[in-house]
Write a protein that binds this ligand. Structure first.
Ligand code: HEC
Length: 154
């Protein structure tokens, strides 16, 4: 029993140190790569639903619901990686306005969050899915038009 307890303490202590390693500030280039990776995963999955909405791919409820659930989980992730100093450090398309017009950027991210949170429920039938993909697409475009540069910069 004592041994089990000691092991448990060790596991807890170790998970604490893993957490500490996580909490240590990632370098700007790591943040940039992280947000771009997540955006790419979001893009791939959102495009699959977009193809269904456009009738280019058959509607499959199980696939649509699963993909929607994944997108809901991924939605918030990139926005934790636009902290101070992450405007440079690696090639990226983040507009400097993100850091000078933070409230406006947050508003754009919040709009997206609100719409993406409705995706799973709407994926259950094709008409709702089409409508919701359209609503979300507007928030992607709205933010990209204002806050994503055409050309990447270092
Ligand atoms: C609130 C702003 C915002 C919203 C909403 C948003 N994006 Fe983006 N997106 C960005 C910014 C900023 C970048 C550039 C990031 C960088 O290069 O570091 C980006 C980059 C991307 C990229 C390219 C990643 C790369 O490596 O160049 C893809 C793909 C993408 N977004 C897809 C989407 C899709 C699909 C949606 C909607 C479902 C979406 N984004 C919603 C701001 C946004």
């Amino acid at each position: 029993m004592k041994k089990v307890f000691q092991q448990l303490v060790l596991v807890i202590a170790m998970s604490g140190s893993v957490h500490a390693a996580y909490a240590a500030d990632p370098k700007p280039e790591e943040e940039i790569r992280y947000r771009q990776s997540v955006f790419n995963v979001i893009g791939r999955n959102f495009n699959a639903l977009g193809a269904i909405a456009k009738g280019e791919r058959p509607y499959d409820q199980a696939f649509a619901v699963k993909t929607a659930a994944l997108l809901e989980l991924l939605g918030p992730l990139p926005f934790g990686s636009f902290g101070p100093g992450t405007d440079k450090g690696a090639l990226n398309k983040a507009d400097p306005k993100i850091w000078t017009e933070q409230a406006k950027y947050k508003e754009a991210a919040d709009k997206f969050q609100v719409e993406i949170a409705k995706l799973s429920a709407s994926a259950k039938d094709l008409d709702s899915l089409k409508a919701q993909v359209g609503e979300i697409g507007k928030t992607c475009k709205g933010c990209h038009d204002n806050f994503r540069l055409k050309e990447a910069r270092q």
